[in-house]
Design a protein around this ligand. Structure first.
Ligand SMILES: Cc1cc2nc3c(=O)[nH]c(=O)nc-3n(C[C@H](O)[C@H](O)[C@H](O)COP(=O)(O)OP(=O)(O)OC[C@H]3O[C@@H](n4cnc5c(N)ncnc54)[C@H](O)[C@@H]3O)c2cc1C
Length: 415
């Protein structure tokens, strides 16, 4: 495999906490022309996993993220059985436990005052500050160079001209106003929802995401560790779960119109939670809520000319079933062998292969989530579903089993 494996040796390795050294490292990029084989943009689960998988295969990888870590992110923070199995398949089966993740036993669903408790066979709750930082550390340990606080500029990576020597991509990286251009044979866009791949098509009527993390000291004891509390209502749904340090992660999906009518993200959450009769989380609306762009989206192009989209950047469906991280981890691991071949030389067959792999790994698994999203649009159907589960909890078993099923990952031998 003709990769420039020395690149990561020439650049000093940058850990999660090494933000101060980033400016210096960017300068080195220009002065030493230390260009990576692969530039991965975005260090969420998809970006860190593919960066690590490529480094394990001998490819030199630069991973950048505009955020400084640890950082929080709007997310329900639940890794289901499929996510844990995907982590185990890439040798990180113990990571969540080492991070102090809280094992999940059940999910309590509420539609108005009607509620049902469904047992969960597997899954853990873990804050995104802790989980994403741990994955980055694993990527760095595998040889990835990581630069936090660095934004990759480029509106349309798929359509933009390839101006570098050979087939290389020139990407402008910006750190606090200082910018440099790096050249990479392959670019992986793992930019999540906010940093779209430049060609994301949002589904009409899509909901938007919202979240906040509540300090442990003010959380009512009712919201106990090991249970996901999920309230559905007209206009959206809200999920609450205790993470490793006992804080309460609150994540929601709302109709934009409902947020406007409620007077903001926090008020929208309070409105839905108030209908359940659960204890109120004090001053919930006053906390620092963050929102996301439209949740349900799909890019027109998944790969072209040495650029691949993965994770949420490759398409996402509403978060009700809590599977996004499983899709991100499994599909990133599945993309690694394809991206490695793209380093050697681009061929349009690689784009087709990635599109087919993505359909198998992600789009088929998104069907359950699409059906759940459709049911939740109708408060009457949602109430009927919760009433049925309250009477016959066993009805949930096939769905819960399908959601937690281990993803099939190819076992291409490493270099
Ligand atoms: C309300 C809500 C609840 C959810 N609950 C769950 C759940 O319980 N379980 C679950 O599995 N999934 C859940 N998800 C989904 C999950 O959060 C995502 O699917 C997952 O984070 C996708 O990972 P990713 O790596 O693709 O993107 P992200 O985790 O979003 O990471 C993308 C990274 O790219 C960086 N970035 C973007 N643009 C640039 C740029 N130009 N330059 C540099 N860096 C850039 C960002 O800073 C970010 O760190 C939920 C989502 C929402 C909205």
């Amino acid at each position: 495999m003709p990769t420039s494996a020395t690149t990561s040796q020439r650049i000093s390795r940058n850990g999660v906490d090494g933000n101060k050294r980033v400016g210096l490292q960017l300068e080195r990029f220009t002065s030493q022309h230390t260009n990576p084989d692969v530039l991965v943009v975005g260090a969420g689960p998809a970006g860190s996993v593919i960066a690590r998988e490529l480094a394990r295969r001998g490819v030199s990888v630069l991973l950048v993220d505009k955020a400084v870590f640890p950082r929080s992110k709007v997310c329900g923070c639940c890794l289901n059985g499929a996510a844990l199995a995907a982590l185990a398949a890439i040798g990180l089966g113990d990571l969540a436990r080492q991070c102090g993740a809280v094992p999940l036993r059940s999910v309590r669903l509420a539609s108005g005052k009607t509620s049902a408790e469904v047992a969960l066979p597997s899954g853990v709750a873990l804050s995104r500050e802790t989980f994403d930082s741990a994955l980055i550390r694993e990527a760095v340990a595998a040889g990835v160079t990581f630069l936090p606080g660095v934004r990759a500029n480029g509106g349309d990576f798929f359509g933009g001209p390839v101006t570098g020597p050979g087939d290389d991509h020139q990407v402008e990286l910006d750190h606090g106003g200082q910018s440099v251009t790096v050249s990479a044979r392959v670019v992986v866009l793992a930019t999540g929802l906010a940093g779209s791949a430049g060609n994301a098509l949002q589904s009409p009527g899509s909901r938007l995401g919202a979240g906040v993390v509540v300090p442990a000291g003010v959380v009512p004891a009712f919201f106990s560790r090991g249970t996901i509390f999920m309230a559905t209502g007209r206009g959206g749904y809200v999920g609450l779960v205790r993470v490793e340090d006992d804080r309460l992660d609150v994540a929601a999906a709302f109709d934009p119109e409902f947020v406007r009518a409620s007077g903001g993200l926090g008020r929208a959450a309070e409105t839905i939670l108030a209908q359940t009769g659960w204890p109120l989380v004090p001053r919930l609306a006053a906390l620092g809520w963050k929102g996301t762009p439209a949740l349900t989206r799909r890019p027109a192009v998944l790969a072209a000319r040495g650029v691949f989209a993965v994770g949420d950047a490759a398409g996402y469906v509403e978060p009700f079933t809590g599977e996004g991280m499983a899709w991100a981890i499994a599909s990133a691991a599945a993309l690694a062998p394809i991206a490695r071949r793209a380093v050697v030389g681009w061929d349009d067959g690689l784009a087709r292969e990635w599109a087919q792999t993505h359909i198998r790994q992600v789009r088929r698994r998104q069907r359950v989530c699409r059906v759940a999203a459709w049911i939740l649009r109708s408060p009457r159907l949602a109430r009927l579903a919760v009433q049925s589960l309250a009477l016959l909890p066993c009805l949930s078993r096939p769905v819960v089993a399908a959601l937690n099923r281990a993803p099939a990952l190819s076992h291409e031998p490493f270099a």
